[in-house]
Design a protein around this ligand. Structure first.
Ligand code: HEM
Ligand code: HEM
Length: 188
């Protein structure tokens, strides 16, 4: 198993960071959108705790990922039929999408934390420690922050879906290695 990126593949560590983030974003988004289906009281509070914890872990993984990326650059994009079809747009389009995904992976949890504080609530850190809100509860501010948090969260999921669709188009239509190199396999 190759831990680091090579010229042809993402290494096992960047792959693990990518797919763990995907799972956590799915969990956080589903709990954000459907959390109020849970009965009020302890179940709903637990849902919000898991939601916020997933968000905090996403932030931590993002930091690891960006540091890793500086030390171990991503493989260059594949020169493929898709690249020919997209002309000079493919590389910049993928790059911009990746940068915006990184920006949203930062902004969504940070605004979520601001929302928690705007409600005057403490931020629980894995249930072992907590950071008290620096502010008193402010309903209007909290409402506005919730709107921003929701909008950014939906933008993250929509962009990730387009990004996933692009990966599947590479795989199924243009039959290149773009998706395979983000998946565990033996060819290094
Ligand atoms: C990438 C990570 C996250 C995603 C995708 C996400 C997504 C969402 C979504 C879609 C909602 C529903 C908004 C609505 O229906 O109005 C929501 C609500 C909320 N989120 Fe997040 N969120 C994330 C991280 C966080 C973090 C780190 C916190 C910090 C505590 C947080 C705190 C909240 C709170 C307090 C609510 C309101 C819940 C309620 O009113 O029942 N979120 N989030
Ligand atoms: C929340 C969901 C997702 C997020 C936030 C996300 C984010 C990212 C980011 C930031 C990169 C750039 C990695 C780098 O720095 O080089 C990347 C690469 C990649 N992602 Fe995702 N991703 C998500 C879901 C998916 C899904 C569902 C698929 C597949 C169906 C996928 C397939 C890929 C592939 C193949 C690459 C490598 C692209 C290349 O080599 O140019 N991603 N992803």
């Amino acid at each position: 198993m190759q831990l680091f990126n090579s010229a042809r593949n993402y290494g096992a560590i960047p792959q693990a960071l990518h797919w763990l983030t995907v799972v956590l974003v799915a969990v956080a988004w589903a709990l954000g959108v459907f959390g109020d289906v849970l009965p009020k009281g302890a179940p709903r509070e637990s849902g919000l705790f898991v939601h916020a914890t997933a968000g905090i872990v996403i932030l931590a993984l993002l930091v690891v990922r960006l540091v890793w990326r500086l030390a171990d650059p991503s493989p260059p994009s594949e020169v493929t039929e898709f690249a020919t079809w997209m002309g000079k747009w493919q590389d910049p389009a993928a790059r911009v999408a990746h940068y915006v995904l990184y920006a949203l992976l930062f902004a969504v949890p940070v605004v979520g934390i601001v929302l928690q504080f705007a409600r005057g609530d403490a931020l629980l850190l894995f249930g072992i420690s907590e950071i008290a809100s620096p502010w008193t509860k402010d309903r209007v501010f909290a409402h506005n922050v919730k709107e921003v948090h929701e909008l950014l969260a939906h933008a993250l999921v929509v962009l990730a879906a387009l990004h996933a669709a692009a990966a599947l188009i590479h795989h199924w239509i243009f039959r290149d290695r773009t998706l395979m190199r983000m998946l565990p396999h033996s060819d290094n």
